[in-house]
Design a binder for this molecule. Sequence first.
Ligand code: ZN
Length: 416
Amino acid sequence: MKYTLLTLCFILAILFSQAQELYMPKEIKKAYTEGYRSNTGLPGKHYFVNKSKYNINVSFDPLTAKLKGWEEITYFNNSNDTLQSLLIKLYQNLYMKGAVRYTTIDSNDVTDGVRVKIIKLNQKPYAESLKARGTNMTVKLPSALLPKDSIKIELSWELHIPKKTTIRMGKYDETSYFIGYWYPQIAVYDDISGWYFQTYNGQHELFNEYADYRVSIDVPKNYIVWATGVLQNPEEVLNDNILKKYKQALESDEAIPVISEDDLKSRNLTKGTSWRYKANYVNDFSFALSDHYLWDATSIISEEGSNSRIIINSAYKANSTNFKHVAAITHKLMQEFPNFIGRSYPYPSMSIFNGGGAMEYPMMVNQGEEPDYKGAMFTTSHEVVHSFFPFYVGNNQEKHAWLDEGITTMIPMEFQ
Ligand SMILES: [Zn+2]
């Protein structure tokens, strides 16, 4: 009995001492002791978020699935660290022969990876050789990037979008694609990991840095492009009768069939082929295209008392049974955000594309067919709530998927 009591006291002493200081991983502890984070939950006095600005011109050929791009990235080092190199993510190297994958891909989709070339660095030709390790490519800088300074990097690349494998993106029928993870992208540099070296293995979702995007997307005539952000040149790309309905949708709380079955029969949807999109302060940019999808659009006042409206697009196959409800579901959801999230939807657009599976991207969703209205309601609301978690709050959805997947599962239940 005496020994039992002593043992009990010993165990309690251990438990009590542990309760005084819970275990904290050393990199997180360091972020607190060095003043990047604070125990109040507010940012510490040295907290920083690095940022990029992307100017991208991309062309995509749906017949060959070949994508060719040029981009100029301006990268802002807001940290207190001097950077000797940049880390660039080449996510499509997932499909490269010999790549480490935690998922299977169709053997027809094995590629040589992303063929990338750095043209200039700070306006000067770049001569160093480039070698990617998995989906990471380190770029040595000829001179260090100092704290609070910025650097410009100009590069070109080519790749093939997978035709048979659809891991959150890819080809969904002969002429319909959802294009994600498609451009050389500066990795996250933060107070926890420094450069974020985790390689993409196909299993997990991705953790990306905030950036502004100006993207011009070239596709063949009669293809419609939906993308992250706001379409800048509807007058140049849409045929007059489609443009008229698009403009109506920008003012309408009811869903407007911007492209109807009759429009599809006419085979006369577009007059221009370069689609320009703009998005500010988002963690990624994706786009989708098709030459035979129906397109519903509606809009909603972005905040009470404001004049600007959020455009909501849904693009879907003519034989879809439940996608015709998706624009209205999203409109209703956005109406309810102030009540159950505490603020309105924080971006100017949302486009939901009838691809496959269910995957969130900033201002975009790639979503498969649901068997009934309830399923369409659940999946749409789950994916759209991801706009807040992880995108708006910026949590690492690769390491801590439970944070955003948990909350985006619970919140839509309340909505439903
Ligand atoms: Zn989710």
